[in-house]
Design a protein around this ligand. Sequence first.
Ligand code: PFF
Length: 479
Amino acid sequence: MPSNQSGDAKRTSLHGFWSSRMVFILAVTGSAVGLGNIWKFPYIAGQNGGGAFVLVYLFCVVLIGMPVMMSEILIGRRGRRNPVTTMALLGEEEGGSRHWQWVGGMGVLAGILILSYYSVIAGWTLGYIVKSAAGAFTGASAELIGAEFGAFVGDWRQVVLVHSLFMGLTVFVVARGVERGLEQAVKIMVPALLLLLLILLGYSMTSGHFGEGVAFMFTPDFSKLTWNSVLVALGHAFFTLSLGMGAIMAYGAYLSDETSITESSIAVVIADTFIALLAGLVIFPLVFANGLNPASGPGLVFQTLPLAFGQMPGGAFFSTIFFILLSFAAWTSALGLMEPAVAWVVEHLNRTRAQAAVMIGSLIWAIGLGSALSTNVLSNFRFLINVDTNGDGIMDAKGTIFDNIDYLTSNIMLPLGGLLIVVFAGWVMCRNSTADELGGAGASFKIWRFLARYLAPMGILFVFMKAIGILDWIVALFG
Ligand code: PFF
């Protein structure tokens, strides 16, 4: 297929560039490491049986996440525009069709929807900074802490307040731009987060049921694994690496031509996976030591950690620091979630970055009210997907607005976006263009191309069809 972008006529970024390779890696890691690693991974691993789920998730990260991440960065850098325009431009150049822009469009939408509920959970963490600092958990029993959590998320005024606060913080950084906003934020927050997790690991190794926690995470019991849990693992691989929605594509647009995409992707994937496993090793031993249920759902870290901290000397201090850092992790991820939409508004509607950030931020805030009210006023407004409300493994109710947006984005939109992106990079883009971006047609390129053309698309399609039941239906038809 012809590619008419010659090497010396490359487009340039309209939003500035990352100032170094290290900053790019930090920014992508900052986007990847977030609530997904510390809040979501432990409870979905808990709900899906532990070890076997973790194993499937690791496979998905390496064999599917990795090639998709490389594809997103290379597409972003080659297009150098917001994901919608980039997909339109490259679609035309490489495959003769601008329709690929719909993939970018779906990504912008997914980012808006994810941030709408992500901001609510990030808001909870802001609330928990204040509670921790006030010593609300010192010496408290599991019942008391559970009741405190219930009362907090059950009060719509508090939840809407913290959701608004978090969106305000996010808009503030995004408005300042790539170098002055995004870079400054990630340089401080990402290293700080890692340091605190290591301190907490020390605590969990000495005070938690460490062996039990390790066994839960690493002993696979495949009888607990359903096709839906495989889909959840795949969806989470996308979610945790910020893939399938153009966030990494948008970040790739600001990357210099010299930086190695393969090496940067490997660094990010390792950092993200390491932090998720670390979070699991901090949380599960504490869950078991305190007789809590690992499958208790979104409230897991908001109950286990305060309980554990409440029992230790200086716990109020550590707990405050933990929730500050969790907010930092969420904050650097929120930047990535907004970037595709903000870049689109700046380029397409000719707005300044600040105006774009306020416009998109307000829209996301409004949609987020649906999730903010899902634990209080609208908690009985349930539809579509089935959920397990008490962690006993039985789907006993329909989902709230929050549950539905989470399921739709993580398990459907991200894998679908990732599938289309990887097919575009592997099949539509000409071999020379991708080899050019990935530093020549050496061994790593060949591995990437094989994964991008065959394994990743087939893997995603298979899991999709299996989870939705299409495959069984086809087998029944011909069998
Ligand atoms: N990767 C983030 C997390 O694990 O919390 C979530 C996320 C951030 C998804 C940014 C998508 C994105 F663009």
